[in-house]
Design a protein around this ligand. Structure first.
Ligand code: PMP
Ligand code: GLU
Length: 413
């Protein structure tokens, strides 16, 4: 079969590939600690599980409206509006009609890109960025324009860098805060400064992926939705996967005040999926409407884990660590380890017939084969000097994993 050019240019998700590799090794009997996937290890809150059971019993098993059930759309609008109100005081930013519910935030982002980007349009992606953005842009036949941010600049896009990346072909700015993989968070002031640039370029839309917005360790987490003048060309993405430990339910959504966009995006979704799974939508609605103590409890646990992993990682020679402000990833610079050699009798050296470690990809492989810890190379996120370590796992696993990483690194010569 001859596959399409479009699909031939798309690479597999490196985060999912690494998770699958770790799973395989575990099944083969190896005691691998998987820190590759951004997936909370907590059980889904009890009241949400009960909601699914109720939905099954109520026979919520038929097709529903394309953009989502009225109940979930209203709950998502309220949840997001409450978030905006806490940050900026603005009330009722979103209403149910502004929301499209999809199969995870992943699909919401993909649909939004498809709806906005035409062939050859440029999409500005501040890197490091989540692995799927570039491939989604390519699927839409757009051109990803990577704008590198650095650890010294807190991994945040500057207004100057944004301005100089803009060309007459620029159609979209796509960014994420709190950020996967860096844990960086854009402040209200930085968002306002970037917005000022965008206001001079009225044809550029913005997708703000705020799926980690509740997982924030620095008080208030700013939102792009507080930029009133941008609202007509702003799409904000969110979902229940991370914050409510509901990754497998596959419910996410986008919010946008532009009616034309909502109509077009709904048309696309109607041809693609009809609607997201009805029982999962009901469960997500109950999650958003319910007591949010479970969210604050999980965030407090993530913060504890963040403190633990940062303190352990800072002690490991060769890792340059910056303290993440949100989400659940550590993204240390590992360039000090490039040019070192693995022990001659290591699994890494035997499998590759070379002992050299010259990149984050190679370090990642060495840590997996000889440290039995699965991480993801920074190159997957457009930053080949770093490594992503997900700390959405137990404190015991974090402690053991960092010990293994330390031992493996200490054996390099
Ligand atoms: N955006 C970012 C930044 C993510 O890390 C993820 C993780 N999967 C998603 C979107 C997609 O989430 P979902 O599980 O809702 O598809
Ligand atoms: N977003 C998570 C991660 O970055 C889940 C895997 C994925 O969808 O990429 O690990």
């Amino acid at each position: 079969m001859n596959l399409s050019n479009r699909i031939s240019q798309i690479s597999a998700s490196p985060t999912l590939a690494m998770a699958a590799k770790a799973r395989e090794l575990k099944q083969a009997g190896l005691d691998v600690i998987s820190m590759s996937l951004g997936e909370p290890d907590f059980p889904t809150p009890a009241h949400v599980k009960q909601a699914v059971k109720d939905a099954v019993d109520a026979d919520l098993s038929h097709y529903g409206p394309v953009p989502g059930t009225p109940g979930l759309r209203a709950a998502a609008a309220k949840y997001m509006s409450n978030f905006v109100e806490r940050q900026s005081g603005d009330e009722d930013t979103f209403v149910a009609e502004d929301i499209i519910v999809s199969v995870g935030a992943k699909q919401a982002i993909c649909n939004a890109i498809e709806t906005i980007v035409s062939k050859g349009d440029e999409v500005i992606l501040p890197t490091p960025c989540w692995v799927s953005y570039t491939e989604m842009v390519k699927l839409a036949e757009g051109v990803p324009v990577m704008v590198r941010t650095t650890m010294d600049d807190d991994f945040l896009l500057t207004p100057e860098a944004l301005e100089s990346a803009i060309t007459p072909r620029t159609k979209l700015l796509l960014l994420c805060s709190p950020n996967n993989p860096t844990g960086a968070i854009y402040s209200t002031e930085r968002i306002a400064a970037l917005s000022e640039v965008l206001l001079r370029h009225p044809n550029i839309a913005v997708i703000a992926d705020e799926i980690y917005n509740q997982i924030c360790y620095v008080g208030k987490c700013a939102t792009w939705a507080s930029q009133r003048e941008l609202l007509d060309r702003l799409v904000v993405v969110n979902g229940v996967s991370k914050v409510f430990a509901m990754t497998g339910y596959r419910i996410g959504w986008l919010a946008c005040k532009n009616k034309e966009f909502i109509k077009a995006c709904t048309r696309l979704q109607g041809q693609q999926i009809t609607c997201a799974t009805m029982v999962a939508q009901y469960a997500a609605e109950k999650a958003l409407e319910g007591d949010l103590t479970c969210v604050t409890d999980m965030t407090a646990a993530f913060q504890h884990r963040r403190d633990l992993i940062v303190s352990l990682a800072k002690d490991i020679p060769g890792l340059k660590v910056r303290c993440p402000k949100g989400a659940f990833y550590l993204f240390p610079d590992v360039t000090a380890l490039f040019g070192k050699q693995a022990p001659a009798d290591s699994n890494y050296a035997k499998a590759r017939r070379s002992r050299w470690i010259n990149s984050a990809d190679e370090l990642c492989e060495y840590l997996l084969t000889d440290g039995l810890v699965a991480c993801v190379s920074g190159s997957a996120f457009g930053e080949p000097t770093c490594l992503r370590i997900s700390y959405a796992c137990s404190e015991q696993q974090i402690t053991e994993a960092m010990l293994r990483i330390r031992k493996a690194i200490e054996q390099l010569s």
